[in-house]
Design a binder for this molecule. Sequence first.
Ligand SMILES: [Zn+2]
Length: 217
Amino acid sequence: MIRRCAIDGYFRGERCSCGESGSLVLDESRTEQLGRLVAGALRHFPDDLGLAMSPRGWVDLSVLGEVVGTRHRWANEALVVALVQSDPKERYEISGNKIRARYGHSVDVDLDHPENHDDILYFGAAEEEAAMILEEGLRSASQRYVHLSRTPEKAWHVGTFRTSNPKVIRVDAANAREAGVSMMTVNEEIVLSLPIPSPFLSLLPVQEQAALRSQYR
Ligand SMILES: [Zn+2]
């Protein structure tokens, strides 16, 4: 659910970080419906909704406001703004009268986030997937960019969405970039990368894997 604090603005959940409960903007079920629609519009099927997307992934915010209103009578541009500003995952960004998804596209976009400078990055994979990745390199089947994590803990956590015991792959990001692989920082947790050749990939050492596993049990 989205609520609004008079001081801090929109937030998710029952209480703002300041402790106030604020006022209700959108209930749980509608927040989910709007979230799904906006994700589809900005990441997966802008064409189907009649949205014109720039090569960098931007669409017109007021047009998106109209589009969500045709799908759900209660939805509008202001609620899209509330969804974006309350999103703890920073999935979207608004610039002037334009809006885009920051990551997670299956449509072809050419994003321009700041260049990443981390030495090491991480990717959480299922066990059977990991062996193949180490041999053939890391790429996404459905997306242009691979989503990397900035800590082993986060990579493990992402991996657990698909498997109970993920393997964390360590990416030698400094040398991969040196070799021409472009990487961009999305936020504190996520880095987008073009496909990474296998020489820059290795499995996180067994002890470190074990430490992650015990930490999350
Ligand atoms: Zn507050």
